[in-house]
Design a binder for this molecule. Sequence first.
Ligand SMILES: [Zn+2]
Ligand SMILES: [Zn+2]
Length: 310
Amino acid sequence: MSAFELFILGSNSAVPAHGRNPSAQILKHKSCSILIDCGEGTQFQMNRYHIKRANLDYILISHMHGDHYFGLVGLLNSMRLNGRTRELQIYGPPELDPIIRLQTHYDEGDWSFQINFHALEFGKFQVIFESADLIVSSLPLKHKLPCNGFLFKEKPKLRTIIPEALEKFAVPNSEIFKIKQGSDFINSKGETILNQVLSKEAKASFSYAYCSDTIYDEDLLAYIAGVDLLYHEATFLKEDEEKAALRYHSTTWQAASIAKQAEVGHLLIGHFSAKYKDLSSYLIEAQEIFSDTSLALEGNAYAIPYLVGQ
Ligand SMILES: [Zn+2]
Ligand SMILES: [Zn+2]
């Protein structure tokens, strides 16, 4: 079973084109559902793929280019009309808060739910929120506007107890949590039973990094090294490297080079230029540098850890 499921709703850059939509993704971890960026049309894509608005817990917005947030107010309004009562957490640039307020100001209907807006800082790697088993951090991306990427990391898991060993050494229930945390057990005779006799290694913790939009930037490597799945923008093909630099975007080769140097498990590329209808060159070029690459195609779900051949 996968730790995370990533669902792509939009992976085009700038304008909708060739049936592709601007940036939006849903990341699911256990019962937690996070929308990452919310380009225009996101709620239509959610309808199309039967993703329930009511289930969203968090919305994260990377930056103030319209292709990453113009779908937000429509989505919020639909949540209201659906009678949502649960609080919603939104994390994004400080400039987004007054825009949401202004766009909702003239509708006199009551908001049925509380929106908690959390203004993000830029230019630093920092934890932005934690849940019981997940840590979400911002990644400092270099783009024309201040821009954050996001890193989602499962917290370290507890060790797995061996029931037969607990029975054999008469371990009381009150000690089990400590053993899961790695403690040895001292019995009533004062004998120490080592933890590795009573428990097995904890299951692995997995991670996902979202990097859109950004110029090629090796400073990112320190933060995303070894992630199980990396989404990195590849707006342009390699022939457009100069244009990519001028516009603070990346090419296929550059995204793949970041994935290779960071030794990630798998790379997803997206934020495709509207200039290209056929995306096959994107995949071919990226795989020249990093073979474990896929295109972020709308309507597709990607498991993390990414299992080849799924
Ligand atoms: Zn963009
Ligand atoms: Zn942008």
